[in-house]
Structure formats: structure tokens, C-alpha cells
Design a protein around this ligand. Sequence first.
Ligand code: EPU
Length: 421
Amino acid sequence: MDKLLIQGPTTLSGDVEISGAKNAALPILMCSLLSSDVLELSNLPDLHDIKTTKKLLQAMGVEITDGKNTVLLRAKSITSYEAPYEMVKTMRASILVLGPLLSRFGEARVSMPGGCAIGSRPVDIHIKGLEAMGALIKISHGYIDASCAHLPGKRLQGAKIFMDQVTVTGTENLMMAAVLADGITTLDNSAREPEIVDLGMCLKKMGAKIEGLGSDRIVVEGVRNLHSANHTIMFDRIEAGTYLVAAAMTGGKVVCRNVDPTKMEAIIQKLLECGVHIESTKESITIKSDKKIKAVNITTAPYPGFPTDMQAQFMALNTVADGVGEITESIFENRFMHVQELQRMGAVIDIKHNTAIIRGEENLEGARVMATDLRASAGLVLAGLVAKGTTQIDRIYHLDRGYEDLEAKLNRLGANIKRVS
Ligand code: EPU
């Protein structure tokens, strides 16, 4: 298994090109199931989760032609309506085939996602929404079996749906289910993440009728068919945020390119509170830091609140900042696994319920640590960049799921990171 060896401390400087967003690309790849025509995507990040999704779609009969950061997908005919355990176990986002399969074919079988490192993560809201649209859903032997065979034309029926909790993939699954349903579907308490807007834009290019993207009420008027489309995946705001926090911690001047700063307000505001200097254009963010950063308090929340996917990175920042910072995780119940690893590097952190209280230290020390999930791993990499000596990060397959060329991009900015087997 690969490991990263990070030699610290470093100062970062230079330009970094931000890749396409994993969490936009995954649902958008699933859109291909909604039409028999070609879907052409560009700015696709080269990530493990993207490969897993393509494998899943291919196993269902989708024809796939790969290019460099591009892909052509065509679901002319489908040979299987199933997302098996082996796939869902490695990538929870596989649940996103449920809505499209039911919508176009009136049938789907998806393994129940189990618990995962960051919390229990149920899918009850996805299921309740599809039931409200008339689907018959049976959960047995670890599988969700869903059918519209009893409905007129085997089509889902438009419905008024209130989602009890704001859920990103829940909103995406139900929006994809609604685009080919019979009638109008209203999704209340929808998530407003930019990745959902990107998915909606792609669906609209395919001929879907959707209103209210980016608000908490999305209204979808079902159509009979969707057609071919080209779409460019939006930038990864969490990847960009990770490089900005790295620069804030190490000191230096870093320019993130291919971004839209208006989609990163909560992250930029917190960085400004730390005392760094930030300048934005329409497509870039420049950060200048003298390494003297102040601790910040954070509470994670659905968009436009502070993203849970940036919590571990700001935790790493607070460990070397001036003062005491409090970080409250309100989305996932078990997303503090990086704390113990950061403590092994000398960080001073107390946990009270879902709040971590971090007292900034002048120095961290390199140590052997273990990656536990994608964003926790990113937090450990950032700590490794400022720690004295060598930090060895084990189990970095988590990072390969969500950060394209992480060590190459950081090394180009001046880091000293080696990947060893
Ligand atoms: N929830 C339910 N029932 C449901 C669905 C969600 O109770 O049916 C709860 C969850 O347990 C959680 C909260 O609602 O407490 C929000 O979860 P959400 O459904 O929004 O999370 P998700 O859709 O499974 C996506 C991202 C995550 C990101 C979260 C929150 C994708 C593929 N994944 O997950 O990304 O942390 O939204 O923003 O879009 C990552 O990239 O590292 C990652 C974990």
C-alpha cells in the first residue's frame, strides 16, 4: 500500500490549477443513464472515485470512450439495473444510480450503503422521496429493490416532497428521478450546494425542465426523453480550499486558477479572519500569508454555510495558529478521526461532544500517522507540510479518491513529498 513521506517545514509559492469537482462529476456521470444519446463531459478529474463510477456504469451496459479529462458516455441499452455491494461498499455515491434508473427504466436494485468512517449516513430521505413519487421499495438482504412496474407507463409520478434534512446526494437523486417523471415534482428543503446547481445545468442541457437551482425549493417538470449534451464540470471548491489553507499555514504566495471565488465565500471569509491577504479575480484566488495566522471558530453547515469537507483542513490550521479555536461539526457525527492523528504530531486538541477545542502550538513534529477518510487525510498532509521532520501518512488511497495529483501539485509549489510503496 502506498504511503506519503512529507519533509517539513516548507513554504509554498506559485500557481496551482484546480481540477474538476469530484462531487459534481459523480452525479453528472450518473446522468448518462437518463438518455439513450451521447453525454460528453469535460474537465473530469482523474480520481479513483471517477474510475469506480465508470466501472459501475460500464457493468450496467453504458458505452464509455475516455479522453484526457473528458469522457463520452452512451446508455443506449442497459444490461443490468444493479449497483452491487462490491461497488457501493467502496463508493457510497453509487446510490446515485437509484434515481436515474428508476426514472428511465422503472426498475433499480442498489446495495444499501453501510455505515462509513465519518458516520452512519442513512439514505432514508432518498427512499422516502422515491416512495412519494409512487415507487415500490423493498429493502431485503442488504439491497434496495425499487420498481415502478405498477405505475402508468412504468413512470414515476410527480410529487410534493419535503426532505426532513438537507441532503446533497438525496437532493441529486430525487432531482434525477423527477426529470423523466410524469408531472411536476417539488423538492422542498433542497440542498443548495454549487455541485447540485452544476448537475441541474447539465440536466437542463439534456432537455430537463428544472427551476429553483441553488435555492431550497427545486421544481422539476418531467419530460418524456432527454437528449445528447456537452457539459464542463465545475471546479473543485474543496480542492481549492485545501491549497489555500496549505498556503495560509506554510506562508508564501499561492494562486489558485480555474476557480470561481463566489462559490467559496465561507472558506474565504474564514481565511481572512485568520489574517491572511486574499485577492480574487473572476477565475483566480491569490493568497499571501506571512505564516502568522490567528485561530478561528467554525461550525459546519450546509451550503452556503461552512463546508464539512473543509473542517479537517481548518483543524490542521488551528493547531499552528495563534490562540484557541473551536470547531463544531454539525453534519456528520464521527468526523473527528484526524484529531488523534494530529495529537500524535503534537497538536493540543480537546473534544467535547461535537466540538473540538484546539490550542495553537508554535510547532508540530513529524510523525507516522494514518489517513482515515478523504478530508481527514488532507488535514494530515497540511499538518505534515508545517511539521518539523518527516511525516509518514499511511493508507493514502483515501486521498487518491478525491485529490487529483495532490503530491505533484504541492511539490510544484515547493513542498517535499514522496510517494513510496
Ligand atoms: N442524511 C440522512 N438521511 C438521508 C441522507 C442524509 O439522515 O437519507 C443525513 C446524513 O447522515 C448527514 C446529513 O444528512 O448527517 C447530510 O448528509 P448528505 O446526504 O448531505 O451527505 P452526502 O450526500 O452523503 C455529500 C458529499 C460529501 C459531503 C456531504 C456534505 C458527495 C458524493 N458526497 O455526501 O462529500 O461531506 O455531502 O456536504 O457529494 C467528501 O467529498 O469527502 C464527502 C464526504
